[in-house]
Design a protein around this ligand. Sequence first.
Ligand code: DQA
Length: 143
Amino acid sequence: MKILVIHGPNLDKLGEREVDVYGKLTLEEIDAALSRLGQELGVTVTSFQSAGEGEIVGQIGTAEKKYQAIVINPAAYTHYSVAICDALAACRLPVVEVHLSNIYSREEFRHKSVIAPVANGQISGFGLNSYLLGLRAAVALVK
Ligand code: DQA
């Protein structure tokens, strides 16, 4: 089984960006933890990060041919990207939305996710564990 993990804009700055909100782990460390859990679960994890909405839409558009599920942290796009929402709705793969921070305990503009209606579920507020739980959920959805 192959799982695609998509990280949206500014997540490449993890480890130095607002560490009080997002923690000290870098994106590389998160990806390494996902790979390790993937090995444990017997699945291949491929990670992709981009600040570009179009690039993310492009990855989702070709994902159906290569992967069995998507775990996505759309970052700021969570709150307004109809293009990513539409791409996920079109791709027919199980989708798990994840957030490091609890988006519902932060500024009001973060309380709305335009991705949630097209995701199978959402995990928000557990730091690295949001991704790890998201990967477990994606694997369970495929099985
Ligand atoms: C985030 C939450 C978003 O509101 C924010 O724009 C991010 C990261 C999170 O993982 O907590 O960039 O998706």
